[in-house]
Design a protein around this ligand. Structure first.
Ligand code: PEP
Ligand code: MG
Length: 549
């Protein structure tokens, strides 16, 4: 038995034969050409073919791994069309009088080297993408077929490195795991592995020689591959795999089920998203709605204030995709750790306690109103709700409602349709909001507890500061008491209450949240079904009795 270790990108266990993925040797020869225009035209045609191939790969990936997994092929299309890359290839052809294959290979090497020397890890990771598009162009120019796998049986794919296009072209039913000698955990191949929920190891000290066809076990929990495992290891891992598969199947059976406890208590399990690309995962995991759309990511991904129409298009898409299920969009929560230069926010000593979130919206109402108009307009296309972050006072909520009413009046005057009954809610993220929860609940339709910030402000622990991790107790009794106070206050005033901070996804507290009476938990999409499982198995009355309540 040989044991090799690597960095685990996705946890899970796979057992099967190793299939070594061989790249087609791309030996590019430098040859002299005389008709330079024809050579440039040959390169232009190869580029067009590459774009078509990448579009086909993109479409395939959208179906197989969703929009976010397919994104890389859009990026590759942009790279193929990159002006600097094209200039470099054409320049080499014309000035050196050489063949297009050589000019592309040369350009690819230069650009990959440039990226690999950059300080930023993200850009270093892009060197692999440059190599990928370069190989594609050379394959097209030389009429080659590309690399591949020899076997049709499902197996563990072992490779020196894998380009995203190679990964996506493989038949998913035949991949049990990925193991690569190179590759970073942030590479798109790793991201694809995660999206496909396949165990994967990168930077693994495995040899590609004499491993093809051998039986192996990949353990993504330990970050290890066992080649020719001994009988004990094999038996042990087979048992673990059977348990894992059982768990997965059970979770899938929960799709379409109502979230209702054994004694009939219902709860909504919604998903948190940061952009429209996450919608595929929301649907795949059967969330009942979206409990937190962090709209500031639209602002963070933009060089300037996103316009009303740009925002409207995004909110409308989310509302329509969720087809009548509730979508709670949080108004922009910029500031603190989320900075966009064009806001030109002042330098602050304590940005987490500075000009952020609703404070920016109330001091710069023009930005706020643009977002509110976009949100209200989109509310005509689904079931939207709006939620405001970082609230500390009733006056703030009253002011917000005044501004919403102003925007509604403007829309009425312009005869623009919107949902007149749209729900308005606030995030409970500050101890102040907890203490005046009764007064706040009278003003709104719902509360959603942002436990990330509430814990930071209650325990006085900067959530960004890793050195304080040992002091950060997410189960601190103060937080649990506050949660109960919040839900009780909401219910006293006919409002509903949910949790959208990370604590909502803590499976060790699901029963507790049910016992407290929460109406909703909003969590990352992959957590929806595990929570549903607990809900279905819980008898809340029994649980409370067991705690002496
Ligand atoms: C929170 O504070 O718990 C929350 C959900 O908001 P964010 O993490 O975006 O600050
Ligand atoms: Mg927050």
């Amino acid at each position: 038995m040989i044991v090799c270790s690597g960095k685990s990108v996705f946890e899970g266990i796979a057992i099967g034969p190793i299939h070594v993925y061989k790249k087609e040797e791309q030996s590019v020869k430098r040859t002299k050409v005389t008709d330079l225009d024809a050579e440039v035209a040959r390169y232009t045609a190869a580029r067009e073919t590459a774009i078509e191939q990448l579009q086909a790969l993109h479409d395939k990936a959208v179906v197989e791994v969703g929009e976010s997994g397919a994104e890389i092929f859009e990026a590759h299309q942009l790279m193929v069309e990159d002006g600097d890359y094209i200039d470099s290839v054409e320049n080499i052809i014309r000035t050196q009088g050489v063949n297009a294959e050589y000019a592309v290979a040369q350009t690819g090497d230069n650009f990959a080297l440039m990226f690999s020397e950059m300080d930023d890890e993200y850009f270093r990771g892009r060197a692999a993408d440059i190599k990928d598009i370069t190989e594609r162009l050379i394959t097209i120019l030389s009429g080659g077929a590309g690399g591949g796998l020899d076997s049709d049986e499902p197996g563990i794919i072992v490779a020196d490195d894998l380009a995203p296009s190679e990964t996506v072209q493989m038949d998913k039913d035949k991949i049990l795991a990925f193991v690569t000698v190179h590759g970073s955990a942030n590479s798109h191949t790793s991201i694809l592995a995660k999206t496909m929920s396949i165990p994967a190891l990168v930077t693994c000290d495995i040899s590609l020689e004499d491993t093809d066809g051998k039986l192996a076990v990949v353990d993504g929990y330990e970050g290890v591959i066992y080649i020719d495992p001994n009988p004990e290891i094999l038996a042990q891992k087979k048992e673990a795999l059977a348990k894992e598969q059982e768990k997965k199947e059970l979770l899938l059976q929960l799709k379409g089920k109502e979230n209702v406890t054994l004694d009939g208590q219902k709860i909504n399990i919604y998903a948190n998203i940061g952009n429209t690309k996450d919608l595929a995962l929301v649907r795949k995991n059967d969330a009942n709605g979206i409990g937190l759309f962090r709209s500031e990511f639209i602002y963070l991904g933009s060089d300037d204030y996103p316009t009303e129409d740009q925002q409207f298009a995004i909110y409308k898409q989310v509302a329509e995709t969720m087809a009548g299920k509730k979508v709670i969009i949080r108004t922009l929560d910029i500031g603190a750790d989320k900075q966009a230069d064009y806001f030109e926010l002042p330098h602050e000593e304590n940005p987490a306690m500075g000009l952020r979130a609703i404070r920016i919206c109330l001091t710069r109402p023009e930005i706020f109103k643009t977002q509110l108009r976009a949100l209200l307009r989109a509310s005509a296309y689904g079931k939207l709700a709006i939620m405001f972050p970082m609230i500390i006072s009733v006056e703030e909520v009253k002011k917000i409602k005044e501004i919403v009413a102003e925007v509604e009046k403007e829309l009425d005057a312009a005869d623009i349709k919107y949902d007149h009954d749209i729900e308005l809610g606030i995030m409970i993220e500050t101890p102040a909001a907890v203490m005046i929860a009764d007064e706040l609940a009278e003003e709104v339709d719902f509360f959603s507890v942002g436990t990330n910030d509430l814990t930071q402000y209650t325990l006085a622990i900067d959530r960004q500061n890793q050195t304080l991790d040992s002091f950060y107790d997410s189960h601190h009794p103060a937080i649990l008491k506050m949660l109960k106070m919040i839900v009780d206050a909401a219910h006293r005033h006919n409002a509903w209450a949910g949790i959208c901070g990370e604590l909502g996804a803590d499976l060790t507290l699901t029963k507790e949240f049910l016992a407290m009476g929460f109406d909703e938990l909003s969590v990352s999409p992959g957590r929806v079904l595990p929570i549903r499982k607990i809900v279905l198995e819980t008898d809340v009355a029994e649980y409370k009795k067991s705690k002496g309540e």
